[in-house]
Every structure is written in C-alpha cells, then in structure tokens.
Design a binder for this molecule. Structure first.
Ligand code: COA
Length: 196
C-alpha cells in the first residue's frame, strides 16, 4: 500500500472567497458552499435543462433528494469539498449558478469530482476555475488523484478535462458510453493553451 502523503500547506486557502467579473460583466462570488445554499440550489435545479441534468447525473433526475442536498451543503471537513459560483449576496439570498464537488474515497487517497455550471453562466471560464479550486483542495489535503465519469457525448466536459491534463479510460454503461477521466496529482501540471 502506498504511504499516505502529508498534506501540503497551500499558498492560498482553497476555501477562500474570490470575487470574479465574468466576460458578460456579471459579478459572482466563488466560495465554499454554505448550508444556507440548500434552498437556492434546490430552486435553481428546476431551471436546469434536461441535457445538463443528464450530463451531470448521467441519467434523468426530476428533483434533488433532500438527504443528498443536506450532504452537499454540509461537506465533511477533510473528506469532501464543494465550491460554488453565486450571486454577490449572503448565502441563502444568493442564486447559485455553478457548483463543483470533490468526495474523497473512504479508504484511499483518490477522490471523485462532479461539476455543473448552469447554461446561464457557461462558457465564461467558471468550469475551469471551479475545477482548479477542487484540484487545489485535493493537493492541500494529500489526495493523489481525482476522477470522474463523463458521458462520451459530453464534448465540453471532455474538452475541459483534456485541457487540464486528465487522462481518459473508456467505460461502458447501460444506455450509453462513459469515459472515466483521471488526473494524477503527482504528475507535472499541464500548461494552459491560449484561447483561440
Ligand atoms: C462542462 C462544463 C462544466 C463546462 O463549464 P464552462 O464554465 O462552460 O467551461 P469553461 O468556460 O470554463 O471552459 C473551459 C474549457 O472547456 C471547454 N469547453 C467549454 N465549453 C465547451 C463547448 N461548448 N464545446 C467545446 N469545448 C468546451 C473548452 O476547452 C474551454 O476552454 P476555452 O474556453 O479556452 O476553449 C459545463 O458545460 C457543464 O456544467 N455542463 C453540464 C454538466 C456536466 O457536463 N458536468 C460534467 C459531468 S461531472
């Protein structure tokens, strides 16, 4: 068994709040999820389209299960982390437009991510920003690799993963192909190519 890696002290805390002006001029706060976000996240779910829900959950979902939502907004310290992009208002009042989550494996040094940037905010760099924040948290918490399962027709997510240096492994699932994407955090970081 590989020895557990000592958590690295990050230069900036992954749990910080960052104010971002998006290309469409909207301002968002990129910050850790807060228990008071539960209502806005549940309400915002109703505004998502079927395709983004399918891509996020890999199957149709009509509403968020209350127990799942409770876990989502109350990450267990050291075991899971969730970051949101929200309106610049206190949690509970702010609409939440994007959320990314990382859950550490119970018995290892890997972790699984999930992300959704709603179509209201997509294409403005938040997917990359939130994924980078998950990677920062993973590195700071001694995680060696992060992974996710992505539908093979999910071109935006696969492109984002490629950009970040994830490797891919083909998987199959009932009703459609899945690709497992894995980022080894011991590997050298990939440089971002300039925007076309
Ligand atoms: C995939 C997703 C997270 C991307 O978020 P986003 O905020 O739109 O992404 P960004 O603006 O940060 O784009 C980062 C990179 O992703 C890729 N990308 C994003 N949208 C793309 C699109 N429509 N087509 C192709 N590539 C795309 C590009 O490489 C882009 O880099 P570039 O802008 O330098 O070209 C978002 O579309 C989403 O949440 N989709 C639905 C849920 C989902 O698929 N979740 C993943 C399963 S866990």
């Amino acid at each position: 068994m590989k020895p557990l890696r000592q958590p690295r002290r990050p230069s900036r805390r992954p749990e910080r709040t960052e104010v971002r002006r998006l290309p469409d001029r909207r301002e968002v706060w990129v910050r850790p999820v807060h228990p008071a976000d539960a209502g806005p996240i549940a309400g915002g779910f109703a505004l998502l389209n079927e395709e983004e829900v399918r891509r996020r959950y890999l199957h149709p979902v009509k509403s968020l299960d209350p127990a799942y939502l409770r876990r989502l907004v109350n990450p267990e310290p050291g075991r899971s982390f969730a970051v949101v992009a929200a309106e610049p208002l206190p949690p509970g009042q702010a609409l939440v437009g994007a959320l990314a989550r990382l859950s550490r494996d119970p018995d290892g040094d890997g972790a699984e991510f999930a992300i959704l940037v709603s179509h209201f905010l997509a294409g403005q760099g938040l997917g990359r920003l939130l994924m980078d924040r998950l990677v920062e948290w993973a590195r700071a918490n001694g995680i060696r690799s992060i992974r996710g399962d992505v539908l093979e027709d999910n071109v935006p997510m696969l492109a984002l993963c490629r950009l970040m240096g994830f490797r891919t492994e083909r998987k199959t699932a009932p009703g459609g192909g899945l690709v497992r994407v894995v980022l080894d955090l011991d590997a050298p970081r990939k440089r971002r190519m300039p925007r076309r």
